[in-house]
Ligand binder design. Structure first.
Ligand code: NAD
Length: 520
């Protein structure tokens, strides 16, 4: 960005309600702590999923803009890495306070662009805020080790930042997932270029505005926009040292391979097909409420949604009660009082989900509850799919093999816990799972034998809090899960360990012979 462009940067206010979008503004880039109007020739229309009205146009940022963002981050790194920890910590304290103050505004932006209910959007913000709050303690975790290894000799370790790092984000958690990267990367001394999802960048734009207010110097956090072209720029730009990706397998496996081949660190959280196993001895009401909530909440657009139900033994008799709970959920615009689930992200997503439901019907499964055609009266043009339950599903069916990412629960019957464990372990995804039982030994067996990265025992969406780490497994994480987001492993990802061994002889050396053997 030229100085002139920066001077001309528009005061940018992101819309947070259906009403504010009568005159949509284009989304700018955020470079050097300024909202900079893009000179793009290609724009991506962003529609409110509840109405399909235009909210904003997101630029395919130009090559010059992408480069300007990395220039800015590179320049900022040279000073940011040397700022004191106390200074960075003070900024992070202010940042967390500002996120809390702007909680409703962030949530409203999410509801408008992503569609989830306002209460759920507040949870999206909170789970990200918690990562920022935990990051305030990073100075404690950055401390190295020291050992006197011999007389006058010691070895010390230092944790050093990597440099410019990048985050590529998905549409489904517009605040939480950028906040898996912003606090950890910057507190460790890195500078960051973020590419939010082109389908809902609003929350990230507000987070950038708050970062400026909190005192992050220009260039520490930059935002660029676009689709695959921007991703390819990030993958090939040699000054970007590490990439944090969250999204689908299709994009993520490509990003992991090309980014790694280019010598970058890449962490990539991918798709899922999460199973709940329900046993006859469970607390029935708790289990049915939890399963319906975790299958249909956020319209099923969570990577930890419980999208597959494995009914053990007689629990299959409970399906009508489960369907009653699903039917009772209020499908409505996310701003409406009492809404339980909002629309899905796009007309294309709606068509794809309906196509999967139709395929299940063709393949011989039963549509116990059909959400096709559900439409709240006030929002006739939204991307609606109501809660859908598909029963008598077999593992070869498309509705079982594909991640649906919509409000659709597929149900399979087995006779024993062992069969349930084998079925779940045979699935190629391994993000999360849950078991519902009152038996300690049953839960323990499940927890030990199951090959999923995050296990809930009577807990439907066991996403670990910010002092732990998000630990998917199998095809749900690239690179065999060697690198995970936030918590201690998150800090590990964003830092390089340097080991220094020093000798400070207390007496002058007298020998004049050089040693040629490996020092022991
Ligand atoms: P997506 O892969 O379509 O998009 C994610 C990002 O990748 C976006 O920024 C997008 O611009 C970019 N992208 C998309 N296609 C690309 C391509 N062909 N080449 C290069 N870049 C590309 O994912 P989404 O639809 O936004 O998000 C939903 C997916 O994310 C689901 O599969 C869900 O399970 C997964 N997810 C996983 C986790 C997790 O922690 N495991 C968390 C949230 C979402």
């Amino acid at each position: 960005a030229t100085a002139q462009q920066l001077a001309a940067a528009p005061a940018f206010s992101y819309p947070t309600s259906h009403e504010q979008i009568a005159q949509p503004q284009d989304t700018p880039n955020f470079i050097d702590n300024a909202f900079v109007a893009s000179q793009a020739s290609t724009w991506i229309d962003l529609h409110d999923p509840a109405t399909n009205n235009l909210v904003t146009r997101v630029p395919q940022s130009t090559d010059a803009e992408l480069t300007a963002a990395v220039d800015s981050a590179e320049k900022a790194f040279s000073t940011w890495r040397h700022t004191s920890f106390l200074h960075r910590q003070q900024i992070m304290f202010k940042y967390t306070a500002l996120i809390r103050e702007n909680w409703d505004r962030l949530a409203a932006s999410i509801t408008l662009e992503q569609g989830k209910t306002l209460a759920d959007a507040k949870g999206d913000v909170l789970r990200g805020l918690q990562v920022a709050e935990a990051a305030c303690s990073i100075p404690e975790q950055m401390k190295g080790e020291v050992l006197e290894v011999a007389k006058d000799m010691e070895t010390r370790t230092y944790r050093e930042p990597l440099g410019v790092v990048a985050a590529i984000c998905p549409f489904n958690f517009p605040a939480m997932i950028p906040l898996w990267s912003i606090p950890v990367a910057t507190m460790a001394g890195n500078t960051l270029v973020i590419k939010p999802s082109e389908r809902d960048p609003g929350a990230t734009m507000i987070l950038a505005e708050l970062a400026d207010k909190a005192g992050f110097p220009p260039g520490v956090i930059n935002i660029i926009h676009g689709a695959a072209k921007t991703v390819d720029f990030i993958l090939d730009e040699p000054r970007i040292k590490a990439i944090s990706f969250v999204g689908s397998n299709q994009a993520g496996e490509y990003i992991f391979a090309r980014g790694s081949a280019n010598g970058k660190r890449v962490q990539a959280n991918l798709g899922a097909k999460n199973h709940a196993a329900i046993l006859p001895d469970c607390n029935k009401n708790h289990a049915l409420n939890a399963i319906a909530g975790a299958a249909f909440g956020a319209a099923g657009q969570r990577c930890m949604a419980l999208s597959t139900l494995v009914m053990i033994g007689e629990t299959k008799e409970w399906l009508p009660e489960l369907a009653d709970r699903a039917r009772a959920l209020n499908v409505n615009g996310g701003f409406e009082e009492g809404a339980d689930l909002g629309p899905v992200i796009s007309p294309q997503a709606k068509a794809r989900i309906e196509d999967v439901i139709a395929s299940a019907e063709k393949e011989g499964a039963t549509i116990l509850l059909d959400g096709r055609g559900v439409k709240p009266a006030k929002y006739p043009n939204g991307n609606w799919v109501g809660p859908t339950i598909i029963t008598n599903v077999q593992p070869h069916m498309r509705c079982y093999t594909e991640e649906i990412f919509g409000p659709v629960l597929v149900c399979l019957n087995v006779s024993t816990l062992d069969e349930a464990i084998s079925l779940i372990n045979a699935n190629e995804y391994g993000n999360g799972t849950a078991v519902f039982t009152r038996s300690g030994p049953t839960a323990t067996k499940f927890q030990k034998e199951i090959e999923a990265g995050q296990v809930g025992v009577n807990v439907p969406i066991p996403v670990p809090l910010s002092v732990f780490s998000f630990t998917g497994n199998k095809k749900s994480i690239a690179g065999g899960g060697a690198s995970t987001f936030y918590g201690k492993p998150g800090l590990q990802f964003y830092t390089q360990i340097k080991t220094v061994t020093s000798l400070w002889r207390s007496e002058d050396a007298t020998s004049q012979k050089s040693d040629t053997i490996m020092p022991t």
